[in-house]
Design a protein. Structure first.
Length: 306
């Protein structure tokens, strides 16, 4: 039986809170949900009253970061909303049957793939998943050739970004623990041409008129990490890709900040028109990103990176 206060919780409370967390803004959450900013504020206040806990830290009316309770509630609310979507489309959607070819990013941990396949089979018994793990530019090539039905895509995040991203994470200047940058050109450890991380690093250094050189390049994520560990240079990587013997050298070396990177889903026209297939892909992508990203709160990173 539900606790008396729990009965007051609605999916709308959860939907609004999740939107505020993911957009980092009351006004942007209102735009996504088609509500006014005062309405969003009132719903969040009601939610905090129901839970009798502060969920968000505010500074001069601006959302700074979720509290620890807010982080926990965010994960639970996301799970509840995903379950509600599954229940709806299980009854109302046209059952999708066939193979779904999904491309995921090579820097995500493979250990979650079997779990996703088992979960998909238990809910969508007529769906066969084919998952390809590759670098983002190769996923885009495969998608363009019609070899993939859906891919996770990376973009440089901006305040006017037109889509609601699955996640937003920072890029850091990553080096070995004992690496010291004493002079230019900056030695870069990067993926081959076509990688968004590589281009962000080069564009940032060029913008600030800092000389650079390619010290090492590879298609392999593990090779990039090992080259950094060996002290060959500095690599633009997300915090989740840092190893124990790595450091964020950006602050000590006074290198200019790298942009944030967001992840979205790119769907083929046929999937966009198929509501059930669309929903399956989105649930898989959301789960995969959540399990692999900063949003699992496994470390000390705040949800809202500066």
């Amino acid at each position: 039986m539900l606790h008396r206060n729990a009965r007051q919780l609605t999916l709308e409370h959860m939907r609004v809170f999740v939107a505020v967390i993911e957009t980092k803004s009351f006004s942007k959450a209102g735009e996504v949900l088609g509500k006014s900013q005062p309405a969003i504020t009132q719903i969040i206040k009601k939610l905090e009253d129901i839970l009798a806990l502060p969920l968000l830290l505010r500074k001069q009316g601006r959302v700074e970061t979720p509290t620890l309770d807010g982080r926990i509630f965010y994960l639970k609310a996301k799970k509840a909303l995903d379950s509600a979507n599954e229940a709806y489309f299980a009854l109302r959607g046209t059952p999708f049957s066939g193979k779904l070819r999904i491309g995921i990013l090579d820097d995500f941990q493979a250990k979650y793939i079997p779990m996703l396949i088992r979960s998909c089979r238990s809910v969508y018994q007529n769906v066969e998943l084919e998952i390809t793990s590759e670098l983002s530019w190769r996923l885009n090539e495969g998608f363009s050739r019609g070899e993939l039905d859906a891919i996770l895509n990376k973009y440089v995040y901006a305040d006017n970004f037109s889509e609601t991203p699955l996640s937003v994470e920072p890029l850091r200047w990553v080096a070995a623990q004992d690496f010291i940058l004493t002079s230019t050109p900056v030695p870069l450890v990067v993926f081959h041409e076509g990688c968004l991380y590589r281009q962000c690093a080069i564009d940032t250094l060029n913008k600030h008129e800092i000389d650079w050189k390619i010290a090492y390049s590879s298609y392999s994520y593990s090779n990039i990490q090992e080259a950094v560990s060996a002290g060959m240079g500095i690599s633009p990587l997300p915090p989740r890709a840092m190893l124990l013997n790595h450091q964020d050298i950006g602050t000590t070396s006074k290198l200019p900040s790298l942009p944030d990177i967001c992840m979205t889903i790119k769907l083929s026209p046929s999937l966009q028109a198929d509501r059930m297939a669309n929903q399956i892909v989105r649930l898989i992508a959301q789960t995969f990103v959540k399990e692999n990203s900063l949003l699992d709160y496994g470390g000390d990173d705040s949800l809202f990176s500066e």
